[in-house]
Design a protein around this ligand. Structure first.
Ligand SMILES: [Fe+2]
Length: 303
């Protein structure tokens, strides 16, 4: 496997300050010392941070931070991208320090999404305490969680993320007229990347999934959506494919968090399947959800 985890994620947001309460008190991440530009940094384990919210004028994804296990794998990433006409540039030492990694490369995918591939995430042993009394997150070698990107052409998305970058298909969910989605693994987590088809001309970031270790920590948050002024997106439910029990809420920065428990892990004899529904039960769409954007969206650059 070339890419082995989602290591970190960065967005810019006018409401970055709201993440101290949302990320720390509600989600239960640890608020780490701010980044050099005043960014709110959230820790989910002993990695120095995994989610960074930079202050800025508009909601924007700045980087999806993928990890490789071996430093030389970065060269392979650059070569594979070059073979399909995507130029990756090496990040400076200053940028590596700002991302708390040893080395990294940056590139933009054909739909205008900004990616970084890094090696050597900085980790401080025994440094993690949850933001509220809870059991913590399923992270470590499974990375931060999973992200769902919206793309207008899912076949081309498959060619790029599977064919070029080596993400392995876990399964598909195809609900004609409603959902066309693919799910990819790079470690034991059922999926680290999901692609969902959206209308032509736009692309974007729908949600980040965070997996908690104890179902009661998910229930605690679900009970407190109103208290923390967090808009519900989907009610508690269980997914068909990864069997995650989760709810979805909207963050202060337009995109959504899936807050889940008990996701399935990939086995060596894994066989991809096709499902026709996303949920076994629950996951009712909140009436207000249709009035909110599907995530942080942007126009696809014209080739
Ligand atoms: Fe998800």
């Amino acid at each position: 496997m070339l890419i082995t985890a989602l290591g970190y994620l960065g967005v810019t947001s006018p409401r970055s300050e709201d993440w101290r309460r949302f990320g720390g008190d509600f989600l239960g991440a640890m608020v780490a010392p701010d980044g050099p530009d005043g960014a709110v940094r959230l820790k989910f384990d002993d990695a120095d941070w995994r989610l960074q919210i930079h202050p800025g004028e508009a909601d924007k994804v700045e980087y999806y931070g993928w990890l490789v296990n071996h430093e030389e794998d970065l060269d392979t990433v650059v070569e594979k991208l070059a073979a399909v006409g995507v130029t990756a540039s090496w990040g400076s030492a200053e940028l590596a320090e700002a991302r708390s990694v040893d080395r990294l490369v940056q590139f933009t995918d054909p739909w205008g999404n900004p990616h970084e591939v890094a090696w050597g995430q900085v980790t401080t042993s025994n440094s993690f305490r949850t933001g509220r009394g809870m059991q913590g997150f399923v992270t470590g070698q499974q990375g931060l969680g999973h992200v769902l990107l919206l793309l207008p052409d899912i076949e081309a998305g498959h060619e790029f993320f599977h064919g070029v970058l080596g993400f392995e298909l876990s399964d598909k969910i195809i609900e004609p007229g409603r959902i066309n989605a693919r799910f990819y693994h790079v470690n034991a987590r059922h999926h680290t990347l999901a692609l969902g088809e959206c209308p032509p001309g736009v692309a974007g970031f729908n949600h980040l999934m965070l997996q908690v270790r104890d179902i009661n920590d998910m229930g605690w948050a679900y009970d407190r959506l109103e208290e923390f002024d967090v808009p519900e997106t989907l009610s508690i439910g269980r997914h068909t494919n990864d069997q995650m029990v989760s709810f979805y809420c909207t963050t202060p920065s337009t995109f959504h968090i899936e807050y889940g428990y008990d996701g399935l892990e990939i086995t060596p004899d894994w066989v991809p399947r096709v499902y026709t529904k996303t949920q076994i039960w629950g996951h009712q769409v909140h009436p207000e959800t249709k009035n909110r954007p599907p995530g942080i969206m942007h126009e696809v650059p014209v080739a």
